[in-house]
Design a protein. Structure first.
Length: 280
């Protein structure tokens, strides 16, 4: 299994898609931080009212909002599409299948896709944190109350909260890739999921007027609401007002376990479908 992971990592670490959709995070953040610091060093500007320690720490962890946003998840889905569906376009499955069992090949792709993204995001987060620290020193000093322990806790929590959406996006993009055998189709379906999540309250309210019981059941069972609910939980979660006497609102814990179940189901479906595919 480790050999399969190493081989997959070796193949993808210098791939153009990896540079454009994964390594782009630390590269872009580094360039932005350098630009901000140079601007601050060579121009007179008003830094504005001083930030509190809580605000500074919260802003320093903003990087982790990217993978949970729509554009961020598009990039993640695009990378997963290349990782999984690329083998069909390159016609390379038949070359690597004899050397490994099929479940190991899929598991290796999951591990490498997630591992590369986590490495890139952690590197970008550290670069952004360093840039924010240097910028604060440039403006005078850090806000009183900013401690290493508080910063580490905030970044750890932000990273952990972003992990499930990343895994969810990879899992479903991988499933779409195995089912469609197409990078383009995988991207279209992945984008559709993100769009549906954003429009879910309007869609649910519209169809609730025609089939109230079925609509409520589908919203509770399908993953769209739960993904949106987790993403918006800092703002109180997603509340869908079906009517004056019916409001749908579910807890963070419920959505977490529902989404986890869907991730497991998508992973199992990916493995089962791939085991039965004719790739000759």
């Amino acid at each position: 299994m480790l050999d399969a992971v190493r081989a997959e990592a070796l193949k993808l670490r210098r791939h153009r898609a990896t540079w454009l959709m994964v390594w782009i995070y630390p590269i872009a953040i580094a360039l932005i931080m350098i630009g901000v610091l140079l601007y601050g060093a060579f121009s007179a500007h008003d830094s504005g009212p001083p930030q509190s320690a809580a605000e500074w720490i919260q802003d320093s962890a903003m990087l982790w909002k990217i993978p949970t946003s729509g554009p961020g998840r598009f990039l993640i889905a695009g990378f997963a599409a290349v990782v999984f569906a690329g083998e069909y376009g390159w016609n390379t499955w038949k070359l690597i299948i004899p050397a490994r069992t099929r479940w190991q090949l899929i598991a290796a792709k999951w591990a490498v896709a997630l591992g590369f993204l986590v490495i890139a995001l952690v590197a970008a987060d550290l670069i952004m944190l360093l840039g924010g620290w240097l910028g604060s020193l440039q403006d005078g000093q850090l806000p009183a109350g900013v401690t290493l322990a508080a910063v580490a806790e905030a970044h750890w929590k932000a990273g952990v909260h972003a992990l499930l959406p990343i895994i969810y996006t990879i899992a479903f993009a991988g499933l779409f890739a195995i089912l469609t055998q197409s990078i383009l189709a995988t991207m279209i379906l992945s984008i559709a999921i993100v769009v549906i999540e954003g429009m879910l309250p309007l869609i649910a309210i519209f169809f609730h007027g025609y089939a109230p019981a079925l609509t409520t059941w589908l919203v509770k069972v399908l993953p769209f609401y739960h993904m949106a609910n987790l993403g918006a939980w800092a703002k109180g979660g997603v509340v869908i007002p079906f009517g004056p006497n019916e409001i749908l609102s579910m807890s963070w814990t419920t959505s977490f376990w529902a989404l986890t179940a869907w991730i497991v189901a998508a992973g199992a479906a990916t493995q089962l479908r791939f085991l039965r595919q004719d790739l000759n």
